[in-house]
Design a binder for this molecule. Structure first.
Ligand code: SAH
Ligand code: SF4
Ligand code: F3S
Length: 474
């Protein structure tokens, strides 16, 4: 099988830049993206690299000449979903055998050659640091040569590639790649490689371009975004520089590691109005014993001290987290400590997962000792406690006026807008004559665990549209 696999060298890539009128012009590429925001941002890089070679993005798989799945490996069910999708795509490929199918992202990096086994519909397998090789590999695949490119890089940041973003007001921007933390449960250091940062100058330049194009919200991305380092400058310096580009552009970031949540970063957040008062700070477990087994490198005491500093400097801050239920050897007492922590911090949101053993991680060697039904029961309790807290937290907004960035029509009802507060809460309110990308004041009438509902008011807090019966009186 080896001779079927084409492994391009980076040096040969220049030769793949074909002149105008190239055979790929007008060909269509369709991408499905799974996993985290880093993958969303990478898809825009992939589309940009393909577009340079003449490919146009399409939303319909039927019209596509090239189909990519940008995949996630973080939990087993993420990978199972991709296998399911590949079976479905096989049906399209049967009708159109010349269609090139590629698996990109973390699963490509993890499973590599296994994805190109004989009889597989997959033509190219390309890991997160090899996207520059894609156009060439797709070309080769059209002539029947399967392609594999999964080398990880210590330097690749796609610094010079302007992502092909879809129109909108919110943009992702990767500022660093990889992860050096090696939490024992996690595949990311193996699928994304070592930590490396993009140059601060090129990031600021890209943000200036985004501001000119009318983007109103920007999320700086990295698996450990707050360990960003560039020529002696840290993530707080970057955040300040980015926020200073345009005071009307809201700046968010994700994901931060508790160990790197410095005072300087918290002070920087507090010092600029357009840096959103929202922090996603994954804790994973409320038990120090489990945190140590996870190699999270902090204690609960450190974590709570960081939260206290955040609240002291950013009074209306909103916090969210990630939690894993059923890590190997987790006891009822460890689990109870996680529940206690959730109650103490009172997060506005949380991503909650059952532990999923991943081959070759350190935790894999610890076995999967918590029985499935215990994991499920613990997760259900975590979700239940968290939902109640989020709902209670949201009641505090009822009667307040929030500044909301309008980001589109509500999915359920086209006569309603959907927007977000600076604390990242979704707000639904009735349409007026405002536009997407505008800031409006919304008075909140009610809240569920996930959503706030309200109506637009003017700067003094008066309703913009009077109810009919009031309007006709007098
Ligand atoms: N870099 C981020 C998040 C990475 S992955 C951080 O350090 O917080 C997103 C989340 O998936 C993790 O925070 C963790 O809660 C979860 N996760 C990662 N590996 C997992 C596994 N093997 N089983 C279950 N959940 C996992
Ligand atoms: Fe995974 Fe830990 Fe790195 Fe997050 S910090 S990506 S959980 S290894
Ligand atoms: Fe998944 Fe890779 Fe992101 S494993 S969570 S897509 S970094």
């Amino acid at each position: 099988m080896d001779d079927l696999i084409n492994q391009p060298q980076t040096e040969s890539l220049a030769a793949s830049n074909q002149p105008a009128g190239r055979p790929t012009a007008g060909r269509k590429v369709y991408v499905e993206t799974y996993g985290c925001q880093m993958n969303e941002a990478d898809t825009e890089i992939v589309l940009s690299l393909m577009n340079r070679e003449g490919y146009q993005p399409t939303n319909s798989i039927e019209t596509a000449d090239v189909v990519f799945l940008n995949t996630c490996s973080v939990r087993d069910n993420a990978e199972q979903r991709i296998h399911g999708r590949l079976n479905h795509i096989a049906f399209h490929k049967k009708k159109k055998p010349e269609m090139v199918v590629g698996v990109l992202g973390c699963m490509a990096e993890r499973l590599r050659r296994k994805l190109i086994h004989e009889g597989s519909i997959v033509d190219v397998v390309v890991g997160p640091d090899e996207y520059r090789a894609l156009p060439e590999l797709v070309n080769e695949a059209q002539f029947g040569t399967k392609g594999l490119a999964v080398k990880l890089s210590r330097v690749e940041t796609y610094d010079d590639v302007t992502p092909l973003r879809t129109e909108g007001i919110s943009a992702w921007l990767s500022v660093m790649r990889g992860c050096d933390k090696f939490c024992t449960f996690c595949v990311v250091p193996f699928t994304r490689g070592r930590e490396r940062s993009r140059s601060m100058e090129s990031i600021v330049q890209e943000v200036e371009g985004l501001a000119k194009h009318g983007f109103r919200e920007l999320t700086l991305l990295g698996q450990n975004v707050n360990s960003y380092r560039w020529e002696g400058r840290d993530f707080a310096d970057l955040l300040a520089a980015v926020a200073d580009v345009d005071p009307l552009m809201r700046i968010r970031y994700t994901t931060s590691h508790p160990q790197d949540m410095s005072d300087k970063l918290i002070e920087t957040m507090a010092s600029r109005k357009n840096i959103c008062n929202y922090i996603h700070l994954p804790v994973q477990s409320g038990s120090n014993r489990v945190l140590q087994l996870m190699n999270r490198t902090y204690t609960i005491e450190h974590y709570l001290e960081r939260i206290a500093s955040i609240h002291a400097l950013i009074p209306n801050v909103s916090m969210s987290t990630d939690i894993i239920a059923g890590f190997p050897t987790e006891t009822d007492d460890d689990h109870r400590q996680t529940i206690e922590l959730i109650k103490q911090v009172r997060y506005d949101g949380a991503y909650m997962f059952k532990y999923s053993p991943r081959e070759n991680t350190k935790a894999w060697a610890m076995g999967d000792s918590v029985p499935e039904e215990v994991k499920s029961a613990r997760l259900a309790e975590i979700i239940d406690v968290q939902r109640t807290i989020a709902e209670e937290n949201n009641q505090r907004h009822v009667g307040t006026i929030e500044e909301v960035l309008v980001d589109g029509e509500s999915k359920k009802d086209a006569s309603e807008w959907k927007g977000r507060t600076d604390t990242n809460k979704v707000v639904i309110f009735r349409h007026g004559d405002e536009q997407v990308g505008e800031y409006v004041n919304v008075k909140i009438h009610r809240g569920t665990a996930a959503t706030l509902f309200g109506s637009i008011v003017d700067a003094e807090g008066r309703p913009k549209e009077f109810p009919i019966e009031l309007a006709v009186v007098g």
